[in-house]
Design a protein around this ligand. Sequence first.
Ligand SMILES: [Mn+2]
Length: 333
Amino acid sequence: MVEESIPIIELLRKEEGPILIASHENPDADTLGSALALYLFLKKKGKRVCVGCKDEVPHFLDFLPGAGEVIRLPTDQVFSLSIVVDASGFHRIGAEVKTFKRARIDHHIGGEFYDITDYIDPSAPSTTALVYKLLCSWDRSAIDKDIAQNLYAGLATDTGFFKYSNTDARTFELAKELVEFGAEPHWTFVMFAERESINKLRLLSKVLDTLQVYHDGLVAGITIFDRFFKETGCKYADSEGLVNYPRSLEGVEVAYALIEKPDEGLWKVSLRSKGTVDVAKIAESLGGGGHKHASGCKIKARSYEEAVDRLITAIREGLEKNGLVKQAVGQAT
Ligand SMILES: [Mn+2]
């Protein structure tokens, strides 16, 4: 294997001041797995390092090695260098970070750039895949079971447990190496798939009742009203992954989940594509972003009807671009 030079390694090697590794808000396994793996590695290298997240570590991620060491953001501490992982920029941390230098490690297209030391590769299946490359180039011998487990969790979940279109031979090669370092595939799956609470299943039941289908079954979506959380005792983090239910319908090209956030006066949207339609472009047209097959945005609207209307209009434009539906008569081109 040819070792590529990764500039952020030199930056980290020289860094003597306190370092913060930050996940994005409402963390998933890729952002938190990346942050924890890098944090555990840097600790071994004798660095002064913290791992931070705006939110409390959610139940579904509490098994990640080192999860108990995550500090809540914001904090009064001033950092010399802060790195945001698996996010398009520092705004995705959702909390203020006091820092002299900033850097980003990510596999999203676009986003903010802070310095040439940013390590961004949209072809990577997960951010943990990039962190793994970074750690291998720096010091393979310092990768242990806990680090590998964090990296594997991000890789497994960002590929839908090796089912999504970002899964290829390199993904399995990477998974194999992480398993050789001690990551446990079965245990990881059990931790993610077989620890649901009764509250979460009650939430699912309410959410499935909201299923809507548009454009002859090409589009399907669900809505998670804020009252559902109150009625079931669920938290916002429990909405993670629910978009996969409308996605599972036969014939669907674009699936969405619309989540009411009355505290912010907006609706949060998760979009998924089964392959043809680029949902990153749809999200971008609404001020968001993401990948071709998974993206998100926020819609400011006074009512549910207005939010759905704007979302379905944007999705329709995406379908038109791919020739899946005819352009409406009289519509501007
Ligand atoms: Mn990711």
